[in-house]
Design a protein around this ligand. Structure first.
Ligand code: GLN
Ligand code: ZN
Length: 773
C-alpha cells in the first residue's frame, strides 16, 4: 500500500515541440488541420501512457490545448465575442483568430489581450465578457478528451479552470474590470454544474477545478462570489447515472485567508501548494483542519523548478499534514506545464555531476511515486531505501564552490553605488541637448525579425558547417541592412537588430560564468511560442564583453544614434532557472554587477543610448500585496539601479517591460531611475496612462502603439488614433513612439509596413502639434 499520486497538469507541447511544429506548419499552409489533430491525439495518448507507466493514479485530461487553456475555457462556455464569430471560420480557426488575430478574406480582427498567468512566464488569453455574452456549456472538448483516454483504458481526472478564477480574470470589451451581475454568476455556475454532471455520467472519478485566484488577496465580495458559484455547482456531483468527486485545486501560494470558507463547501478534495506558501497553508490546516471526508492533495513536487525534490524535506511536510488529516494524496504543487519535458536527452550536461540534480516533468513523475512509496515506509525501510539515499546524497556537501571574487565585490558596495547622479530632471535636459531628437521620437524595442536565414546561419555555426568568421560576416551584413532600412523609413533612434542572439537571456548567460545550458528544455510561453531558460549553477560574473562589438559596429554604420541593447539582472534571473541554495536577491546582485560592467564598456565604446530590458520585472511580483516590497521590490529595484548608476549624465538609459500591469507599482518603476521606459499598452487597456499621470511619473514613456504579438499590420490612422489617446493623458515632451515589444518573432513582410505606418503616424501628430503652437 502506498499513498495515491496526482498530477495537476502535464506539458502538452511534446518532447520535441511536436505540437508547436504542427500548428505553425498549419498556419504556414504546409499541413492541413487533420494532420494537426493527429499530432495532438498522438501527444495526448503518449503523455497519458507515460504517466500511467510512471504509476500516477490521477492523470489529468483536458490539460491539452492548441493554444491556451483559458481560451479553451472561454470557448467551452460560449464566451466568444461577436467579431470572431462573424468571421465565419471553423472552430479551430476561430480559436486561432482569438489567440493571434486574423487578417484575410474573412475580415480583420485583433487578437484577444494576453496576460501573464500569475507569477509564471506563461501567458493566458483574457476572456472577454460583454452585455451580449450568454455563458453556457457549448463545447465538448473536455468530454471528448476524457473519452479518448477512456478508449485507451485510462480513466483520467479532467481538469478545468474553475469558475471563480475564470470570472476574476475575465474583462469587459474595453479591457475593464467588471462586477458580474447575479444572472451572469448563475449562468456560469449552471454551466459548470452541467460539466460536472456530464462527467459523473461519463464515469469520471474526480474532476479537478483549478482555482489559483484563491491564493490572491481578496476584495470585497470575492468570497461571497466563490461561495455562490460552488453552491450552485457542487450538488451536480450526483449526476443522473453516477457520481463524481470534485477537487478544488489551488496553487502558486496559500489559502490561509479562506480555508474556513472552503471547508464550509465540503469539497471532496482540496489541493494545497506546499512549496510556495507552505508555512501559511500548514498553519491554516492546523488552525482549521479540513471538513469531514475531504482529502488533502499535498502539493509537494514543485511544478516550476528543475531541481530535484529534497525527499527528506517533503516527507517532513507530508508527515505534518498527515498528523492533521489522514487522507492525503501526493501531488505536484502546480501544473507541470511550466517545466521542460525530460532531462534524459540532455547529454550536454554531465551525467555524473550535473544531471542527477535536475528533474523535469518526466522525472517529477518518478519523484511523486518515490514520495508516495516512502510515505508509507517505516523507519527501517527508509534506512535501506536506495531512492532516499540517492536523493540525500544530492543535498549533502557542496554542490558548487563559491567564487570569492564575486562575494568580495558585493561586500564592498555602498549606498552611492545604487544612486545615479545628477537627478533625472537635470539629466533629461542634458540628454535633450546631447541627442537632439524631435518630439515624439520613434524607436523600436531592439530585435528585428529572426528570419529562417538568420536561424539557419546560427544552426550552421553550431553544427560547425561554417566558421565563426563566415557567421560574423553574415551578422554584419544583417546589421548593415537593418540600419539602412531603419534610416530609409525614418526612425529616430536605431537598433542593431539583435541578430546575433538566439534569446535575450540565453545569449547573456553564454557570456557569464556560472551558467549551464540545455539542448531541449523548452517551456511554453504563449500560444506555440516556447522558451529555453538557462540554468544558474554557480556564482555569476561577466566572462567577457558581450554586446560591445555589434553595438559599436552598428553605430559605425550610421550618423543616427544607435541604442545599445542589454537584458537587466531581474529579467535574466526571472527567465533563468535560479539556484535554490542562495537567495534570489543575491543572485540578482551578482547579475547586476555583470551587466554594470557591460553598460560601462558600451558607454566607453561611444554608445549614447543604452536600453536595459526588464521585460520580466512585473512577472515575479509576489501575488500577495504584503509581500511586494519585503520579498521583492526592495531588492529588485536597487539591483536595476546598481546596473546604471555609474554612467555619465549624457548617457540615456532606457528600459522596457512587457505585459506590464504595472499600475500598482508605478512608483517603484519610476524609482528604477531610468530616463525612458517603453512598455506594452496595445493589447491591454490604457489605464496605465492614468496611473502614469496620477503618479507624476518622471520617466519618459513609450506606451507601445501597436501589438507585435500578431502578424496584423496596423494602419497609419489607427496608430494616429492611438497616439492621440496617449497624448490625452501624457505630456508630448515625455512621450516616445514605439511598437509594444521586440520584433524578432515577426516576419519582415509585416514588420516594415507596420513601422512605416508608425513613423508616418508620429510625423503626422508632430505636425499637428507644431500647427497648434
Ligand atoms: N530587446 C528585446 C527584443 O526586442 C526585448 C524583448 C522583450 O521584451 N521580451 O527582442
Ligand atoms: Zn517586450
Amino acid at each position: 500500500m502506498s499513498a495515491s499520486t496526482s498530477v495537476i497538469g502535464f506539458p502538452r507541447i511534446g518532447a520535441q515541440r511536436e505540437l508547436k511544429k504542427a500548428i505553425e506548419g498549419y498556419w504556414k499552409g504546409r499541413l492541413d488541420l487533420d494532420q494537426v489533430k493527429e499530432t495532438a491525439r498522438t501527444l495526448r495518448a503518449d503523455h497519458w501512457r507515460l504517466q500511467r507507466e510512471a504509476g500516477i493514479d490521477l492523470i489529468p485530461s483536458n490539460d491539452f490545448s492548441y493554444y491556451d487553456q483559458m481560451l479553451d475555457t472561454a470557448i467551452l462556455l460560449n464566451a466568444v465575442p461577436r467579431r470572431y464569430r462573424d468571421l465565419g471560420l471553423g472552430p479551430e480557426d476561430t480559436l486561432f483568430a482569438m489567440g493571434r488575430g486574423y487578417q484575410g478574406d474573412q475580415g480583420d480582427v485583433t487578437a484577444q489581450p494576453m496576460k501573464k498567468w500569475f507569477t509564471t512566464n506563461y501567458h493566458y488569453l483574457v476572456p472577454e465578457i460583454d452585455a451580449d455574452t450568454r455563458l453556457e456549456l457549448t463545447g465538448t472538448k473536455p468530454f471528448d478528451e476524457f473519452q479518448e483516454a477512456k478508449d485507451l483504458g485510462i480513466i483520467t481526472k479532467p481538469v478545468l479552470i474553475g469558475p471563480y478564477t475564470f470570472l476574476k480574470l475575465a474583462r469587459g470589451p474595453e479591457g475593464e474590470k467588471f462586477e458580474p451581475g447575479q444572472d451572469l454568476v448563475a449562468s456560469l455556475a449552471q454551466a459548470y454544474a452541467d460539466i460536472i454532471r456530464r462527467f459523473a455520467d461519463l464515469g469520471a472519478g474526480w474532476v479537478q477545478l483549478d482555482e489559483p485566484y484563491l491564493v490572491l488577496d481578496k476584495e470585497d465580495g470575492d468570497l461571497d462570489l466563490f461561495r455562490t458559484l460552488y453552491q450552485g455547482i457542487l450538488p451536480a456531483r450526483q449526476g443522473g447515472k453516477g457520481s463524481v468527486k470534485v477537487l478544488l485545486q489551488t496553487y502558486f501560494g496559500h489559502v490561509g485567508d479562506c480555508l474556513d470558507q472552503i471547508n464550509e463547501l465540503a469539497f471532496d478534495g482540496i489541493g494545497l501548494d506546499l512549496v510556495e506558501g507552505c508555512d501559511e497553508n500548514l498553519a491554516a490546516l492546523k488552525r482549521s483542519g479540513v471538513s469531514h471526508g475531504t482529502m488533502v492533495f499535498a502539493g509537494l513536487v514543485n511544478g516550476r523548478n528543475i531541481w530535484r525534490n529534497n525527499y527528506a524535506v517533503s516527507l517532513g511536510i507530508l508527515d505534518a499534514v498527515r498528523q492533521l488529516t489522514p487522507d492525503v494524496v501526493v501531488s505536484t504543487a502546480s501544473s507541470l506545464l511550466h517545466v521542460p519535458f525530460t532531462v534524459a536527452n540532455e547529454d550536454g550536461l554531465d551525467a555524473q555531476t550535473v544531471r542527477p540534480h535536475f528533474a523535469f516533468a518526466v522525472e517529477k513523475l518518478g519523484e511523486l511515486r518515490d514520495l508516495a512509496v516512502l510515505a508509507d515506509t517505516d523507519e527501517a525501510g527508509k534506512k535501506s531505501s536506495r531512492a532516499l539515499a540517492d536523493n540525500q546524497r544530492l543535498f549533502d556537501g557542496t554542490r558548487v564552490e563559491r567564487d570569492q571574487a564575486v562575494s568580495s565585490r558585493l561586500a564592498a558596495l555602498d549606498d552611492q553605488d545604487f544612486v545615479r547622479q545628477p537627478d533625472r530632471a537635470e539629466r533629461q535636459r542634458i540628454q535633450a541637448d546631447e541627442l537632439g531628437l524631435p518630439t515624439l521620437p520613434t524607436t523600436t524595442i531592439g530585435s528585428f525579425p529572426q528570419t529562417a536565414e538568420v536561424r539557419s546561419y546560427r544552426a550552421k555555426l553550431r553544427k560547425k558547417e561554417i566558421g565563426q568568421e563566415e557567421y560574423d560576416q553574415f551578422i554584419a551584413s544583417q546589421i548593415d541592412q537593418v540600419i539602412d532600412h531603419q534610416e530609409r523609413i525614418g526612425l529616430d533612434v536605431l537598433v542593431h537588430g539583435e541578430f546575433e542572439r538566439n534569446d535575450m537571456v540565453e545569449y547573456f548567460g553564454q557570456n557569464l560564468n556560472g551558467y549551464l545550458f540545455t539542448k531541449n528544455a523548452w517551456v511554453q510561453s504563449y500560444g506555440t511560442r516556447c522558451v529555453k531558460p538557462p540554468i544558474v549553477w554557480g556564482d555569476v560574473s561577466r566572462a567577457r564583453p558581450i554586446t560591445v562589438r555589434w553595438s559599436s559596429y552598428a553605430q559605425s554604420r550610421t550618423k543616427h544614434v544607435v541604442k545599445g541593447m542589454l537584458t537587466g539582472p531581474v529579467t535574466i534571473l526571472n527567465w533563468s532557472w535560479p539556484r535554490e541554495d542562495i537567495s534570489h536577491q543575491e543572485q540578482t546582485q551578482q547579475l547586476a554587477l555583470a551587466i554594470r560592467d557591460e553598460v560601462l564598456d558600451l558607454e566607453a565604446a561611444g554608445i549614447r543610448v543604452i536600453q536595459i530590458d526588464e521585460a520580466a520585472l512585473r512577472e515575479k511580483l509576489p501575488l500577495r500585496r504584503s509581500d511586494w516590497h519585503t520579498r521583492y521590490l526592495d531588492w529588485a529595484v536597487p539591483a536595476f539601479r546598481l546596473v546604471h548608476s555609474a554612467v555619465k549624465p549624457t548617457t540615456q538609459i532606457h528600459t522596457h517591460m512587457c505585459y506590464s500591469e504595472f499600475n500598482d507599482i508605478i512608483k517603484d518603476i519610476d524609482a528604477m531611475d531610468a530616463d525612458v521606459i517603453s512598455f506594452e499598452a496595445s493589447r491591454s487597456d490604457l489605464t496605465v496612462l492614468d496611473a502614469i499621470q496620477e503618479a507624476h511619473f518622471e520617466t519618459e514613456a513609450g506606451p507601445g502603439v501597436y501589438d507585435i504579438h500578431s502578424p496584423r499590420i496596423p494602419s497609419r490612422e489607427e496608430i494616429v488614433e492611438r497616439i492621440h489617446a496617449i497624448l490625452d493623458k501624457l505630456d508630448a515632451g515625455k512621450v516616445w513612439i514605439n511598437p509594444d515589444c521586440g520584433l524578432k518573432t515577426r516576419g519582415n513582410e509585416e514588420t516594415w509596413p507596420s513601422l512605416e505606418h508608425m513613423v508616418a503616424a508620429a510625423r503626422q501628430v508632430r505636425d499637428e502639434l507644431s500647427a497648434q503652437h
